[in-house]
Design a protein around this ligand. Structure first.
Ligand code: SAM
Length: 292
């Protein structure tokens, strides 16, 4: 099957209107955070952020399939000694727009720079907010299973009586576990904390995703030939990874320099003749790149 990569140069608030409704399976994106990176690609003021973002999220709601998922990477900074509240305000407004706020993943930045502040510690995590249109959405949990870990060897060797039945938590939380269910298991489901370094893959962009970040969500929420969108594409990490994983992709970027660099990577001739470059490249696939 032919794989498509559609790249748009422009403001996503306008460019998104060109994308058909209910056509995208997964949106993974990191918009400019409020008041940050003004020197490189602008920056929206904290108190104008929600108003600025809502037309984008309205279009994203339109283009996403009912079974699709939207992952928004964002983190409020400290202003005048206090955390901004614009992300929380944005979540509330997006819910009014029709989005379900389904989950919040934490990206733990393993290699975050150390530092000293008088009233706080170094910030080593970012939000990955999950929004959906419907309560029932596509999710392929087995695709992100992780090794069970060394703890299992000792813990599962000699099981007690309680380990063999469902043991409800004593604190009345309603949680319970049957430890014997893990016997013989090599892999388990991960938590909602994703531990990744922040390296920028030597890209010419100050805020590029580590490739593993979009990769994890693409595995979890899509299958081959599905469509992945990044409306704030930057250096195109989401698009590049989606392509390698044999998903169709759509990228939008407002800065022509970044757009041109991504376009170079996806020149149509290169893609028709491309050699396998990653574990996902097991079969010959036709690829088409449209640039606008
Ligand atoms: C945080 S960066 C994204 C980085 C990207 N995840 C990567 O891996 O390279 C945000 C990007 O959004 C772009 N941008 C800002 N406003 C935009 C808009 N209105 N429409 C489209 N792109 C925009 C910026 O130029 C910047 O490249």
């Amino acid at each position: 099957m032919e794989l498509k990569t559609d790249l748009y140069l422009g403001d996503c608030r306008e460019e998104l209107k060109k994308i058909p409704g209910s056509s995208v399976d997964l949106i993974v994106t990191s918009p400019p955070y409020a008041d940050q990176r003004q020197s490189t690609y602008g920056g929206v003021k904290v108190d104008e952020y929600v108003e600025w973002f809502l037309p984008v999220s309205k279009e994203l709601l339109r283009v996403l399939k009912p079974t699709g998922t939207f992952i928004l990477n964002i983190k409020e900074k400290v202003v005048g000694g206090e955390r901004s509240t614009y992300v929380m305000e944005l979540i509330l407004e997006m819910r009014k727009q029709g989005w379900l706020w389904t989950e919040e993943f934490i990206w733990h930045k393993k290699n975050c720079f150390p530092g000293k502040w008088s009233n706080r510690f170094r910030d080593a995590w970012e939000r990955l907010l999950q929004f959906n249109k419907e309560k029932k959405f596509n999710m392929y949990q087995d695709a992100v299973k992780v090794p069970i870990g060394d703890w299992a060897k000792d813990r599962l060797k000699n099981l007690s009586k309680t380990d063999k039945i469902r043991d409800n938590a004593k604190n009345g939380s309603g949680f319970g576990k049957n430890v014997s269910n893990w016997v013989g298991k090599e892999t388990v489901y991960p938590t909602n904390v994703i531990h990744l370094a922040t390296e920028c893959n030597n890209k010419n962009h100050s805020a590029a995703f580590p490739r593993e970040l979009p990769e994890w969500f693409i595995k979890l929420f899509t299958r081959e030939n599905d469509t992945v969108l990044d409306p704030f594409m930057g250096s195109g990490t989401t698009i590049e990874v989606a392509n390698r994983m044999r998903r169709n992709s759509i990228g939008i970027e407002i800065v022509s320099g970044y757009y041109e660099e991504v376009k170079q990577q996806f020149s149509p001739t290169e893609y028709y003749l491309m050699e396998p470059i990653a574990e996902y490249e097991t079969a010959d696939h036709k690829r088409r790149c449209a640039v606008r």
